[in-house]
Design a protein around this ligand. Sequence first.
Ligand code: UD1
Length: 431
Amino acid sequence: MDRIRIIGGQPLEGSIPISGAKNAALPLMIASILTRETLTLHNVPRLSDVRLLMRILGNHGVDAAISGKRLGQSEESGETITLSARDIVDTTAPYELVSRMRASFWVIAPMLARMGEARVSLPGGCAIGTRPVDLLLMALEKLGAEIEIDAGYVVAKAPKGLKGGHIVFPKVTVGGTHIALMAASLADGTTIIDNAAQEPEVTDLAECLIKMGARIEGAGTAQIVIEGVARLDGAHHTVLPDRIETGTYAMAVAMTGGNVLLENARPDLLQAALDVLVQSGTTITSEAGGIRVMRTGGDILPVDVATAPFPGFPTDLQAQFMALMTRAHGPSKIHETIFENRFMHVQELARLGAQIRLDGDIAYVQGKSRLKGAPVMATDLRASVSLVIAALAAEGTTLVNRVYHLDRGFEALEKKLGRCGASIERLSGEG
Ligand code: UD1
């Protein structure tokens, strides 16, 4: 198993290209099931989750291919993937695959909408709390699906096709909004989604569906209205930049000090997180080529944060921000409101010398910690990268184990940080 070795203490200087968003690429790839025609996605990040989803879609009969680099494309530009779901050969998504990537559960919606049936394994345990699918199933039922649970599988049927309906989410859910959008696009009649997720990845999916012929209004607001159509066509779509990768590197620069241009990054995708970084003493400027992040001397100031659905502070940046706050010039409070049990990074940050006290869904970070390198590991993607951030500012050497978590969501992490002067290296194999 690969590990990453980091020797801390170097400021970051230079530029980092931001990849396409994983959390947009995955639902966009799944949307290919909705049409017999070819969906071409550009700027897809090179990540293991994308590869795994290609395999999962392949199981259903989707031909997925990565096109070669085109003339004029730099090494950093994302991949172009073509997906053709001409014939769906299997409407079952097995446990072995769905349990490895929770988002693959979302195939249930396009499969049901196009084929009238789907049999998808429940995702199973997850490292960040129970993460149920009740709201996703409720949304499909509102569109006329009959749903049964059979031996760990959700069996969804709509033999006469889905019908438009009124879906009111009692809680904002990104996955729920994604699947409601996909299912309603091919349903008969009008669907209204209330309390819809407003995350930019939802808007990106809606924009792609519109290019495919869907009639959708209001994506990016709390109410989305969809007029179902009989069929969808192929389309070309470019995946939007990854706001979580952007915020992660911005926090890394805030942590180490330095001056880095985050190329292709869009401030409107993470304004709440950028505002918090400014409050913490970081200088953020918007430039034609992206976002410039600077901290040249001065203390890191403590800031209290509560995670919230978009446009609030994203839960996917909570662990990284906590790493930053361990070095702040005073105590801070971090409130996780989206996921229970999303504090696995706390114990590992403590191994580096951080002092953090947990009380339910609030973490009290003492600040002013002198971090010292140590072997660490984490059990999810965002937790792992928070350890990388801490290690960049720690004294001495940190070995981050279980790097496969990072490979799920961060393209070429060690290369991107290394070119800005970080001492970071991947060590392959057992050790
Ligand atoms: C997506 C993101 C993830 C991010 C999360 C919140 C992807 C691939 N993943 O996950 O990175 O952290 O949004 O921004 O895009 N819930 C229920 N019942 C349901 C569904 C959700 O109770 O049926 C709850 C969840 O437990 C959680 C909250 O709703 O407390 C939000 O979850 P949701 O937005 O659905 O997260 P995901 O779409 O799974």
